[in-house]
Design a protein around this ligand. Structure first.
Ligand code: ATP
Ligand code: SF4
Ligand code: MG
Length: 324
């Protein structure tokens, strides 16, 4: 089948007084129907920037420096404003980071759900919209009586479920979930993830699931892209995310920092050193100042992506066939 999402050499920068912040660098990826792909990386590695770029919702000082974002074959940057507004939520949607607080505090849940339909499905009657709102609440396992509630009357977990329901309201083909459960406690987190999995299986949409939490992504996603300083340094089958397999040194570090991949919540904090300055990136491999395997070439030569046992790895330690 054709990919739902195809990223072709996407680069995104932020203009700043000190220079261009190179937040996303030359990223390529395909996500197919029914597939959940995880996106992991330390704080500041460019995950949310990429999510926003896919939605064509870049902030004011952000610039698409190059590349193409194709959703169902459509280059989202070739759509005009009106087409884009239609395209969003219908074909692709996003659960934004800290989305729990993204609901409008002065509108009831029903009003917020209704807004989506009034805007995108103007032919729908009030009654049809109400029925749809009830169905959406049931879909995310919330009692429809809460349609009358204001966001502050709901728990964090319920608010997050409402946000997910709204993201799925128009049955998009692609849903970007940016740390959808990070602010929630472990039990609530688990129930929401189970719900996401259940809905995904039922409806078959594709998901780009952004998280700090390696173990969570490994469990949820089929494929995982690991981001370092704006680049995908490895893309691997999540089944192969273990130390028995060969990985990029950064991935290996992350895996080594996790006592047990099945542990409930493991945040990525385990690697010594700090992420690089994205305005003045290190030459060669951006990871070289922190890499325990770094050798001379790493300081000067940019490592290209290579196909290593079916995994994509960008590191000089690997000599296999060059992909792309
Ligand atoms: P987190 O895990 O903390 O959410 P992230 O991986 O989502 O991090 P981004 O929010 O995409 O990271 O940020 C990528 C880089 O871009 C960071 O270095 C960040 O400081 C920088 N950045 C983000 N927004 C802006 C902005 N509006 N102007 C300048 N730099 C920005
Ligand atoms: Fe380490 Fe060199 Fe590989 Fe970069 S290219 S990860 S510095 S070994
Ligand atoms: Mg983020």
């Amino acid at each position: 089948p054709a990919p739902v999402l195809e990223l072709r050499n996407v680069s995104v920068g932020y203009e700043s007084a000190h220079g261009m912040v190179q937040a996303v660098r030359n990223v390529s990826l395909k996500i197919y129907p029914n597939q959940i792909v995880g996106l992991v990386g330390e704080s500041g590695s460019g995950k949310s920037t990429l999510g926003n770029a896919i939605m064509a919702l870049l902030k004011n000082n952000a610039v698409l420096l190059g590349g193409e974002v194709l959703v169902q074959g459509q280059d989202v940057y070739k759509l005009n404003k009106k087409e884009l507004r239609k395209f969003r939520w219908n074909r692709m949607s996003m659960v934004f980071q800290s989305a729990m607080n993204a609901l409008n505090p002065v509108l009831t849940v029903e009003e917020q759900i209704a807004d989506v339909f009034t805007y995108h499905r103007p032919a729908m009657s009030k009654k049809e919209i109400y029925d749809k709102a009830v169905a959406l609440m049931k879909m995310v396992s919330i009692d429809p009586k809460h349609l009358k509630s204001y966001p502050h009357e709901l728990s964090g977990g319920m608010r997050q479920r409402v946000v997910i329901a709204i993201a799925l309201a128009l049955e998009p083909d692609l849903v970007i979930m940016d740390e959808p459960t990070t602010a929630l406690d472990v039990v609530v987190q688990k129930s929401i993830l189970d719900k996401i999995k259940e809905l995904q299986r039922e409806k078959g949409f594709a998901v780009l699931f952004v998280s700090h939490d390696f173990s969570l992504v490994a469990e949820l996603a089929e494929k995982v892209a690991i981001m370092y300083a704006g680049r995908f340094i490895e893309i691997t089958d999540s089944k192969k995310l273990n130390l028995l397999e060969r990985h990029h040194p950064y991935t290996e570090g992350l895996l080594g920092a996790i006592p047990e991949l099945t542990a409930e919540t493991v945040m990525i904090e385990g690697i010594p050193g700090n992420p690089p300055d994205l305005i003045n990136l290190p030459t060669g491999c951006a990871y070289h100042p922190r890499c325990k395997y770094a050798f001379e070439s790493c300081k000067t030569i940019h490592p290209v992506e290579k196909n290593v046992d079916g995994r994509l790895i960008a590191c000089h330690l690997y000599e296999e066939e060059v992909v792309r």
